[in-house]
Design a protein. Structure first.
Length: 94
C-alpha cells in the first residue's frame, strides 16, 4: 500500500521515427513492464501501423514499426492494442 501520492517523473518522450501527418501516433497504447506498444491507425491512408518500444534502459530504444503487408486503406490497424509478456511467451494483440 502506498503511503501517499507518488510524483511522476518524465523519463522519455516517445515519437515516431518517421512522423506522418494524421498518423494518430499513440491513438491506442499498452504497457507491460518496460515494453510499450503504440497504435498509429491513421498512418498510410488509414491502413495503420503499430510501434513497439523497449524502455528497459534510458533513453528508450528506437521504435520498431509493425504493419502487415496485406493491409488495405481503411483497415486502421493499431486502433486498439494490448501487450502481455507472460501470455504465450509474449504477445501483442491489435
Amino acid at each position: 500500500m502506498l503511503a501517499g501520492p507518488v510524483a511522476a517523473v518524465e523519463t522519455a518522450i516517445l515519437t515516431s521515427p518517421t512522423p506522418v501527418a494524421a498518423a494518430e501516433m499513440a491513438f491506442a497504447s499498452a504497457v507491460d513492464g518496460t515494453s510499450i506498444v503504440l497504435g498509429a491507425p491513421g498512418e498510410g491512408a488509414n491502413t495503420g501501423a503499430i510501434y513497439v518500444v523497449d524502455c528497459a534502459a534510458l533513453p528508450c530504444a528506437a521504435p520498431n514499426r509493425i504493419a502487415p503487408a496485406d493491409l488495405a486503406i481503411g483497415d486502421v490497424f493499431g486502433s486498439a492494442v494490448a501487450i502481455s509478456k507472460s501470455f504465450c511467451g509474449g504477445s501483442i494483440v491489435t
